[in-house]
Ligand binder design. Structure first.
Ligand code: NAD
Length: 232
């Protein structure tokens, strides 16, 4: 697969490394220089990439994604913190017959954790003496808080039990790639459901799997569609 990577920070570099390991051809690698509002995202600049991977910053992602949508590109983005812009970007993607796959977390383990958390949330509906909260820990350079993954988890749990607040506590410390926990505490016992990423390669691998899946599709998707074998 011919791919382009937009954003060459921790995740962009991990995607380039993982792509090469999987035998893909990285035909364009676009950093911040010269790319204000997606200015470098032209047909020539993207050099015939079949799928573009976007991992930048909350303030840069909407401009990049709007530009890529207008070009009708297939795009996988993992950038977090721009959810309010999603409806407008999704409309542009549909209008241009492009494709966008967005996910706050590309690890398989987080997907499994969300399922396990939903089961706990259903059981907790009958246990008012038990409190539940989400705790997320990330490296000190992460720009958004709470994390996109914590917000997705919270939305999942609110759907199951809207009567609980499902609060989120965020901790920014050191070099942690990403840890999410559901903490349940009862009168005499506690449960912690924890997902810990040891290496960013876990996210990069998921993003590449998503890109391979998206290569022949049009429309707007999430990582759930890839894992559950959604069709389009
Ligand atoms: P980072 O700060 O290391 O890298 C971001 C890069 O984007 C920087 O190199 C910056 O120069 C570049 N950039 C900024 N504006 C740009 C522009 N207009 N065009 C091109 N590049 C631009 O951050 P990171 O750790 O690589 O994370 C990137 C994003 O991915 C964050 O939003 C983070 O929360 C998210 N993330 C998602 C997942 C997932 O699985 N979905 C996993 C980890 C991180």
């Amino acid at each position: 697969m011919r791919i382009a990577v937009v954003g060459l920070g921790r995740m962009g570099r991990a995607v380039v490394a993982e792509a090469r390991q999987r035998g893909h051809d990285v035909v364009a690698a676009i950093g911040r220089d010269g790319n204000a509002d997606g200015a470098a995202l032209t047909r020539e600049g993207l050099a015939g990439a079949e799928v573009v991977f976007e991992f930048t910053r909350p303030d840069a992602a909407p401009g990049n994604l709007a530009r890529l949508a207008r070009l009708g590109q297939r795009v996988v983005t993992g950038t977090t913190g721009w959810a309010s812009e999603l409806p407008a970007i999704a409309r542009m993607v549909e209008e241009s017959d492009g494709a966008l796959l967005h996910a706050a977390n590309f690890s398989i383990g987080m997907h499994l954790t969300r399922h396990a958390a939903r089961i706990l949330a259903r059981l907790l509906r009958h246990l008012p003496d038990y409190d539940a909260a989400i705790r997320e820990t990330h490296h000190r350079k992460k720009l958004d808080a709470p994390s996109g993954s914590a917000l997705v988890l919270q939305a999942d749990l609110r759907e199951i039990d809207p009567s609980r607040p499902w609060p989120i506590a965020s901790l920014r410390v050191g070099a942690v790639p990403g840890t999410h926990e559901l903490v349940v505490d009862g009168p005499r016992e506690s449960i912690t459901l924890a997902h810990t990423v040891r290496d960013r390669a876990a996210f990069a691998e998921g993003a590449l799997v998503a890109g391979e899946w998206l290569r022949t599709r049009s429309g707007v998707f999430t990582f759930d569609d890839v894992i559950t074998g959604g069709t389009a």
